[in-house]
Design a protein around this ligand. Structure first.
Ligand SMILES: [Zn+2]
Length: 138
């Protein structure tokens, strides 16, 4: 199951970022799954529950963003939206297009808790959301 490998990659990337920030736990993970990434959001959610067990993200919640599809036309050069069943150029209708967005599989954002320097912050603000440089999971 492809989604399990994706979920495991996601967890290990989240743990790497948590380590970097000396956080104890990953609270929330936001991932972008493009419509053309080949990953089923529902299956990923289920695989995530398996993959998170025993990790620092054991209690983390997963939020999946589905990005829009964009294509660049090889004939007229226009860049515009397309749908998964209609990968054609909007302006001229040509089907010779390159996908420029929609295949992404990215870790977008993490919320961490148990940061070591929490005491210095100490004003009861929620844990900061960390945006790692958008990292491709696979
Ligand atoms: Zn075109």
């Amino acid at each position: 199951m492809h989604e399990l490998a994706v979920a495991q990659g996601l967890i290990s990337e989240a743990e790497r970022v948590a380590d970097m920030h000396r956080a104890l736990r990953v609270e929330h993970i936001v991932v972008r799954v493009g419509a053309l990434s080949g990953v089923e959001a529902q299956l990923l959610e289920r695989a995530f529950l398996v993959a998170r067990a025993g990790s620092h993200a054991e209690t983390a919640t997963l939020e999946i963003e589905t990005g829009d599809i964009e294509v660049r036309c090889r004939t007229c050069g226009a860049i515009g939206p397309a749908t998964i069943n209609r990968l054609i150029c909007g302006p001229c209708g040509d089907w010779q297009v390159d996908v420029v967005a929609g295949e992404d599989l990215l870790l977008v954002r993490l919320a961490l808790t148990g940061l070591e320097d929490e005491d210095e912050v100490g004003d009861g603000t929620p844990a900061p959301a960390v945006s790692p440089c958008p990292a491709t999971i696979l």
